[in-house]
Design a protein around this ligand. Sequence first.
Ligand code: UDP
Length: 236
Amino acid sequence: MKIGAELYRGKAKSVLDTDDADFVVMHFRDDTSAFDGEKKEQLARKGEVNNKFNAFVMQRLAAGGVPNHFERLLSSNESLVKRLQMIPIECVVRNITAGSICRRLGVAEGMDLNPPTFELFLKNDALHDPMVNEYHIRSFGWASDEEVARMKSLTFRANEILKAMFKDAGILLVDYKLEFGRFHGEVVLGDEFSPDGCRLWDAQTRNKLDKDRFRQGLGGVVEAYEEVARRLGVSL
Ligand code: UDP
């Protein structure tokens, strides 16, 4: 398979074309951004850590019944993935309060949420990813009702698999964001799962082991990602 031009350049990853209609290459860069791209930095090794972390998690999710685009690792910072038609919606599950829900609802960080919450956001940096509901998604034609129902059930299935996986590593899965796309008519999980798109706290100390270290200028960002990877048994 031949790797071609860059099709899309996101804030931390690039998507490269291939000569196969069913596949593209996801290139994880060291670029790190927060606050809709306002804060940016290069963090050495982050691309490699996230690529390997994502590969590990996506394989666990597939084994647990969450179909996704991951095919195989190609290099330290590249993976072969299915070519999806992406749905421009972010699905967020929260097990513990943190981040935007605290600002929006005026609640303290660190409250257990039973049952977990489910939120939908439109993927649009210029508008700061506004929250939307099923009706907006239907009226604007971003996805069908069936697709939204499938995204929701897969996002919750992922929660069961991932909560247990992190618990065994002494880590709390606070919240996370998933993005889906269509592959030959089926809704499958796309994008990535890495500490860039979730919140992970040490179960004992509640130390942050995710991108909040970067957002809040706490330092040791990649070191924390590597610590999580090591505890999960991801080979770096
Ligand atoms: N998230 C993300 N990309 C986004 C927005 C959120 O990966 O564009 C992740 C974020 O890392 C967190 C979860 O989704 O794990 C919930 O984010 P929240 O709504 O609390 O927003 P934030 O506080 O990150 O602005």
